[in-house]
Ligand binder design. Structure first.
Ligand SMILES: [Mg+2]
Length: 381
């Protein structure tokens, strides 16, 4: 039977909306007749919200906070525990409650599929775990930790990455008064590169405070804070005189044309953060941005981050790995991919005072990897 393209698209659209495809994707169709190797033991998925306290009040152009409520996940099967973490972000309409709900809804995907077929699980999650991308990230990180442990291999090794190639990580300085900024810069002494948050009214004051105490290279993140292209142009031209390496998300994410206009006029790389979540977002940004900031919480985990790295490389774009305020679980997960990228900004765990885990460590900005399997993290929640 010949089916026209239009008819085919309409049919597949209908089945996506219906439950039949969801059921077959989540494995219930398989469980009816097809034998699959799912390991021997039962699977247990534990979810818990934990409050991570910030050492300093964390202020960016959008908001300020003293703590973050992150959602932790443990996947247990065959005596192996894989850990994952979600850092819900209000910018993307996420919170701990909705994230927990999403994770609980997705449990059946893991119950019905072989965990070693992690690409299948990702495909199913991409089609069924919509919104709350940090929920998907927590599950994908826990899954990859489990697989790495089951294969007795650190993730960087599983992906063929040379840890000596990992870039140094920057340390982020949130928006504050000049006096506190100076103090924070002094505390960040071991880090060779700083990332400075701007985008409110006092940008000049902040950069002046930083420059009064250090001449280190700095990177600047406006978090969509500049609302028109003329303002952004003026700010960037001034930042150029202040030893700034690149500017991250100068204007709101939807202002792609204005950012392309800006890019033609400035001699400084422009990096997309809020404008990019997954691989599908990257091609349309290539004309406006020189690079992208990949965060596991936006991508929905390690597997999508790897896909984003490949797409960005194909488009000749620079790649940064960033983070939210996260414990050593999610930070270690991202650090395993760091050898693959140009810039790292993985300091979320260093900004909190009660990290329940330890994993990939940082010394003088350099990641210290261990050879433990999976994420190489220790601890529990
Ligand atoms: Mg950013």
């Amino acid at each position: 039977m010949k089916v026209s393209r239009k008819k085919f698209l309409s049919l597949s659209g209908k089945s996506i909306l219906g439950f039949s495809l969801f059921n077959s994707l989540t494995g219930s169709a398989l469980s009816k007749g097809t034998a699959i190797n799912k390991g021997t033991g039962d699977i247990m998925i534990e979810v818990k919200t934990k409050r991570l306290n910030l050492t300093h009040t964390w202020t960016i152009a959008r908001n300020a906070s003293d703590f973050k409520s992150n959602v932790f996940v443990k996947i247990e099967k065959d005596g192996i525990s894989g850990y994952g973490e979600a850092a819900p972000n209000v910018r993307y309409g996420e919170n701990a409650e909705l994230t927990t709900k999403k994770i609980n809804q997705a449990k059946m995907i893991f119950e019905k599929n072989d965990l070693f077929h992690f690409t299948d699980i990702k495909d199913v999650m991409d089609k069924t775990v919509l919104n709350q991308s940090c929920a998907k990230a927590a599950l994908d990180i826990a899954l990859m930790d489990w697989v790495g442990k089951a294969l007795n291999t650190p993730l960087y090794k599983m992906f063929g990455l040379n840890t000596s190639k990992a870039p140094v990580t920057s340390f982020s300085i949130g928006i504050d008064t000049p006096e506190v900024i100076k103090q924070k810069v002094k505390e960040a002494e071991p880090f060779p590169i700083l990332k400075i948050k701007v985008g409110k009214k006092n940008d000049d004051e902040i950069i002046a405070a930083v420059r009064s105490v250090t001449d280190k290279p700095i990177r600047v993140d406006a978090n969509e804070g500049w609302k028109n292209k003329e303002e952004a142009l003026e700010k960037i031209q001034w930042l150029k005189t202040q030893g700034v390496e690149f500017i991250e998300q100068p204007m709101p994410s939807e202002m792609i044309e204005e950012t392309a206009w800006l890019r033609e006029r400035v001699d400084m790389p422009i990096v997309a953060d809020e404008a990019v979540k997954t691989a599908a977002d990257i091609p349309k940004l290539a004309k406006a941005y020189d690079g992208i900031n990949i965060k596991l919480m936006k991508s929905g985990g390690i597997q999508e981050a790897l896909r984003m790295i490949q797409i960005a490389k194909a488009l000749n774009m620079k790649i940064m790995l960033g983070c939210m305020i996260e414990s050593s679980v999610a930070i270690s997960a991202a650090a395993h991919l760091a050898p693959y990228v140009d810039w790292a900004d993985l300091d979320g765990n260093l900004l909190i005072s009660n990290d329940p885990f330890s994993g990939v460590k940082v010394k003088n900005g350099r990641f210290i990897y261990n050879d433990k399997p999976g994420l190489g993290v220790e601890g529990d929640f």
